[in-house]
Design a protein around this ligand. Structure first.
Ligand SMILES: [Zn+2]
Length: 301
C-alpha cells in the first residue's frame, strides 16, 4: 500500500551507466495548491514542473536551488517551480480565467523554458533559456537537457489534486562512466533502450498509487538496481518579513511614504505561500530609521 510519504528515491543500474529517480509528493504538493483554486489544467502543469524540479534538484552539487520557469503570452503565461538541494519545494502559476485544456506549447503560447541554478547565498547563478518545445512538461525538459546539457533523459510526470509523481532515467555523462573498455559503451546502448522501454510501461495510476519500492520492483525486477537512501521532500516558502522589509527599503523612503500617505498600510502578499505582510505607518518609519529594530522582527518560514 502507499505509505503517502513525500519522498525522493534515487537509484542506479549496476553495470549500465544509467541513473534513475522516483518522487512522490503528497502533503508538499497539497501545500503548494492550498488556497489557490487552480483549474485542473493549470494544476497539472504546475505539478509536473514541481516534480521535474525535485528530480533535477537531486543532481545539484552545491547548496542552493533550481528554479524552473515557463513563460509566454498564452492563457498560461507563467509557471514557476523551485526546489532546493534539501528538497524543499514551492511554486506558482498565472493563468487566464478562460483557460482550456491544450498542449503545453499552446497553453503557454510562444514560450520559453528557463532553468536557473543558484547557490544558497546567491553568489553564483547560472541560467539557461530555451524555446518551449513539445506537448508536455516532460517533452520540454527532455529537449532542454538534450540541447543544453547533452544529457539523454526520459521523464514521466503525472499528478492529481492530492499527489504528484514522477520518474526520471538518465544516461550518466561520459566522464562519469568507468573507463573500463569500449565494449562497456556498446552494452550501455542496449541497456538504455531496455531501461527506457521498461520505464515507459509505467502508468499514471501506478506512479501515483504504488509506493516507490513497488514501482521500482514492478519496472526493473529483472535488472540489477542499487537503491540509495530515500530523502524527504517538503514544502517551504523562503519569504520573510525581513526580506519584504529589504525590498521596501530598496524602493526608497519617499516611495514608501507616498504609499502610506494614500493607502495607510502597505500589504505585500507572497504568491507562493499566500502569506500577507503588513507595514503600517510605524513599521514604515522603522524601515528607514533603525534597521536593527526591523532585524528583530519575527521571520516567517
Ligand atoms: Zn511565501
Amino acid at each position: 500500500m502507499n505509505t503517502s510519504k513525500d519522498t525522493l528515491q534515487r537509484f542506479l543500474f549496476e553495470n549500465i551507466s544509467i541513473r534513475g529517480e522516483l518522487t512522490q509528493l503528497h502533503k508538499s504538493w497539497q501545500a503548494v495548491t492550498e488556497n489557490h483554486h487552480y483549474p485542473p489544467v493549470v494544476r497539472d502543469v504546475l505539478a509536473q514542473m514541481l516534480v521535474a524540479g525535485v528530480l533535477l534538484a537531486a543532481t545539484l552539487k552545491f547548496k542552493g536551488r533550481i528554479i524552473l520557469q515557463i513563460q509566454g503570452k498564452g492563457a498560461l503565461p507563467l509557471v514557476v517551480a523551485e526546489c532546493t538541494s534539501e528538497e524543499a519545494i514551492r511554486g506558482l502559476a498565472h493563468y487566464s480565467d478562460d483557460i482550456k485544456a491544450d498542449s503545453l506549447k499552446n497553453l503557454v503560447g510562444d514560450g520559453q523554458l528557463a532553468i536557473t541554478l543558484e547557490t544558497e547565498n546567491k553568489t553564483e547563478r547560472y541560467q539557461s533559456i530555451v524555446e518551449l518545445v513539445g506537448e508536455t512538461v516532460a517533452d520540454a525538459i527532455e529537449h532542454y537537457l538534450e540541447t543544453s546539457e547533452q544529457l539523454s533523459t526520459r521523464l514521466w510526470l503525472t499528478a492529481n489534486a492530492k499527489t504528484a509523481a514522477g520518474l526520471l532515467i538518465q544516461k550518466l555523462p561520459q566522464e562519469s562512466v568507468d573507463e573500463e573498455s569500449l565494449h562497456q559503451v556498446q552494452a550501455d546502448e542496449d541497456g538504455w533502450n531496455r531501461v527506457e522501454q521498461l520505464s515507459a510501461t509505467i502508468s499514471d495510476d501506478e506512479l501515483l498509487g504504488l509506493d516507490v519500492y513497488e514501482v521500482i520492483h514492478r519496472l526493473y525486477h529483472e535488472e540489477d538496481v542499487r537503491l540509495f537512501e530515500s530523502e524527504p521532500v517538503f514544502f517551504r516558502c523562503t519569504c520573510s518579513k525581513d526580506r519584504v522589509a529589504n525590498m521596501l527599503r530598496g524602493l526608497g523612503q519617499s516611495e514608501v511614504d507616498a504609499i502610506i500617505d494614500s493607502e495607510k498600510l502597505i500589504s505585500i502578499h507572497c504568491e507562493f505561500c499566500n502569506h500577507q505582510y503588513d507595514f503600517d505607518a510605524v513599521d514604515a518609519k522603522l524601515l528607514f530609521t533603525n534597521s536593527l529594530l526591523t532585524g528583530n522582527s519575527p521571520t516567517q518560514h
